[in-house]
Design a protein. Structure first.
Length: 477
């Protein structure tokens, strides 16, 4: 193990950086985190935490609109007047209040992370760092002070990614926006165009649709969420359209321009789409430029991502990397594990190579999509010998109580052994429901072991156990 007097310098305070700092401090290293934007990174400040808080508010409004079907109505507590049951009550989103709550929440989360790091003796240096040698960092303070040279035994680079910008659709922060710029919107966009139907595009399109926007989602593929389970993506697209969203499939945006108080999106085939605002959700690019990486011997992929192995090492001795700048799965959970693994390896603690097979991922639409393990596409492309079962939620008693009609639970098991190798859940709170499936995949549990585990009645998880029972090796599937 590295001596206690040895030092670790971390560039970036996102999930990879702050989790790594905690591990390094626990193992006795002297730790400095050079951070520009605030502890938590974009995951906490502008992306994951804020967007999911927005979507949570939007989903609440969707449920509020459905209260009449549950026998609930609004009543004036003073007059006792009950709203007309024949007239739909309309919930109205006050976006400045919503955004202020979201940003306050993000700020509080960032402050909690900073307090935790400081309590562990981690030094936080506000500014920008770059490698000026394999294990030497130049940190320029954010307040304009003189640069500081930091010599380290271990350097971890976790500078994240930033929204991809197209030269023909330059964001102006007012009408043409990236996902980092939406938190200053003064009102719910009247007619919102979302370019890009991947995870970010689908989530934001859903969020603003529920908040009251007239949303058009432009998808270059045949269906939304082209990288996801296609049965799940179809459910989400059907829900989008049923709730009033316009989905333009097989349509690629070639340009976006501002015209007065609105925007015009031009498609490759010459069609135009007009709206009040446009959110560009066309991917992200790693923030690796200007860090002195290649000069220090760190190899980059053609995409600009840092090349790392399964313990987060780069090609430069003593330099590790974690998070979205590495090209691994763009998830906060993966970044955090990469950061922790880097420190365990660098500081001589017990460590196992990262296995992304058991990573759970969720798309926070309504309903949510959660996945783990092998996918339907992987089974088909690799001709894997797997049994599959899909159980609709419509027959689940708890789903009936909550008026859940959209969604399903799908499990994949190896035909010969019955080991659970993957699963897909489309349901409200699928992000919570996927955990037992992830436990099964990670620990190579069989369908019988899952089926013989007690579940609560009534519960959505009961359908997971039922799906496992139907995959019993002797059953016909």
């Amino acid at each position: 193990m590295i001596e206690r007097t040895s030092s670790v310098v971390i560039l970036g305070g996102g999930p990879g950086g702050y989790e790594a700092a905690l591990v390094a401090a626990q193992l006795g290293a002297s730790v400095t985190v050079v951070d520009r934007d605030g502890l938590g990174g974009s995951s906490v400040l502008t992306d994951c935490v804020p967007s999911k808080a927005l979507i949570s508010t939007a989903s609440f409004m969707t449920r509020l609109d459905d209260t009449r079907a549950l026998g609930v109505h609004l009543e004036d507590p003073v007059s006792g007047h009950t709203s007309d049951p024949e007239v739909d009550d309309v919930a109205v989103a006050d976006l400045p209040i919503i955004n202020r709550r979201i940003l306050d929440l993000a700020s509080a989360q960032s402050a909690d992370i900073q307090a935790r790091l400081e309590s562990e003796g981690v030094r936080i240096l506000r500014g920008v760092g770059r490698l000026v040698g394999p294990l030497e960092v130049e940190a320029t303070p954010a307040d304009g002070g003189d640069p500081e040279r930091l010599t380290a035994d271990v350097v971890l680079v976790c500078t994240g990614a930033t929204p991809r910008v197209l030269p023909t659709a330059m964001p102006d922060g007012e009408r043409i926006l990236t996902w980092k710029q939406i938190w200053d919107l003064p009102e719910v966009p009247e007619r919102l165009i979302v370019v890009g139907s991947g995870v970010t595009g689908a989530e934001l399109a859903h969020g603003y649709l529920a908040l009251g926007s007239d949303v058009t989602l432009i998808s270059s593929r045949e269906h939304v969420l082209p990288g996801e389970d296609q049965d799940a993506a179809k459910v989400i697209e059907d829900v989008f359209q049923r709730r009033g969203m316009t989905v333009l499939s097989r349509s690629r945006a070639s340009a976006v321009e501002r015209r007065g108080d609105g925007v015009v999106v031009t498609l490759d085939d010459g069609r135009t789409v007009e709206g009040s605002h446009c959110i560009m959700a066309v991917g992200s690019v790693p923030q690796t430029d200007g860090l002195g990486l290649e000069e220090a011997g760190v190899a980059l992929a053609r995409s600009g991502h840092i090349e790392v192995d399964r313990v987060s090492r780069t090609t430069a001795r003593g330099v590790y990397a974690a998070g979205d700048c590495t090209g691994a799965l763009p998830l906060a959970s993966v970044a955090a594990m990469q950061g922790r693994t880097a420190m365990w390896h660098a500081l001589g603690d017990a460590v196992a190579p990262i296995n992304l097979h058991g990573v759970s991922a969720t798309i926070f639409t309504d309903p949510e999509i959660a996945t783990v393990g092998v996918s339907q596409r992987e089974i088909e492309d690799k001709n894997l010998d797997c049994a599959t079962i899909t159980m609709p939620l419509g027959t689940n008693p708890r789903a009936k109580m909550d008026r859940v009609t959209d969604g399903f639970i799908k499990l994949f098991a190896a035909s010969a052994s019955g080991v659970v190798v993957g699963g897909v859940i489309v349901a409200p709170k699928a992000s919570e429901l996927i955990f037992p499936v992830a436990l099964a995949v990670t620990n190579r549990l069989t369908v019988d072991q899952v089926a013989h585990t007690f579940t609560v009645y009534p519960s959505i998880t009961g359908t997971i156990a039922e799906a496992a029972r139907r995959l019993h090796p002797s059953s016909e599937v």
